[in-house]
Design a protein around this ligand. Sequence first.
Ligand code: SAM
Length: 301
Amino acid sequence: MQRLARETADALKETGPAGGGPGTLYIVATPIGNLGDLSPRAEKVLSSVAVVAAEDTRHSGRLLQHLGLSKPMIALHEHNERERVDRVLKELQAGKDLALISDAGTPLISDPGYVVVREARAAGIRVSPIPGPCALVTALSAAGLPTDRFLFAGFLPAKRTGRKAALEALKREQATLVFYESPHRILDTLADLVSVLGSERELVLGRELTKTFETFYSGNAGGVLAELEADPHGSKGEFVMVVRGAEVSGRGEAESQLDVDKLLELLLAELPVKKVAKIVAELTGGSKNELYQRALELKDR
Ligand code: SAM
């Protein structure tokens, strides 16, 4: 009896409420390379909706074709999302269910859909996620780096100056960092990562995940860069970079000499050297003796 009630509730969730209300906007994750990763539920929803909104209708048309489906499609990409929102909302308000898909993976994750989802929710339309593949979670799940806290930073800026500034801002972040990168920028980005975060920073690079040539490169950033440069297929395919967060304390990369010096200087203006070294050692986990020596140097400057 309980099972029947649950199944009825699940079925309702998949077809939307009966009656003349607005339709449901389904956010459907699709494979990131391996078609076998399309979930049965995603397939069911794609076959049941009236309209499919897709980033690239030609590309997604092939997925629908593979599933034996033919659906009216709305092209919704980063350059026209705002204009297309009204059309999408109109279809939903007319009672049609609509599925939003992107070229690969989970919509809205470095992909269009944010504006539509936000506006649909504001208009009181039901938005229902159909979870599935996502490159960042796929990489993270197999990277062997801490997953209790991670920061997904999407794509780094395309130009070197902006990219280095973005990395500089993340240098002291302790959570695991996850980035997407394109094949034509991967070597430059890795070189910048080495120069800003240091060649010793642990890195796992996932390439062509779930596809035939799936490869993981792991080690320190300098080593991974060298390995990729030496691999003739190295800069081909799609990449996720998973980077270990900064050290928690001590005299690791997390704690730049500049910050410690600044702290020492500020305290030296108010307190005796010994006391300053004691406080800063407690705050940073650094050695009291070393900090005492450094404080003396700064005081003499
Ligand atoms: N929405 C997608 C998701 O859920 O992962 C991401 C879309 S974003 C425009 C495309 C980027 O995701 C690629 O440049 C690459 O960094 C990453 N990516 C997608 N598929 C991948 C795969 N099979 N292997 C490695 N990275 C992948």
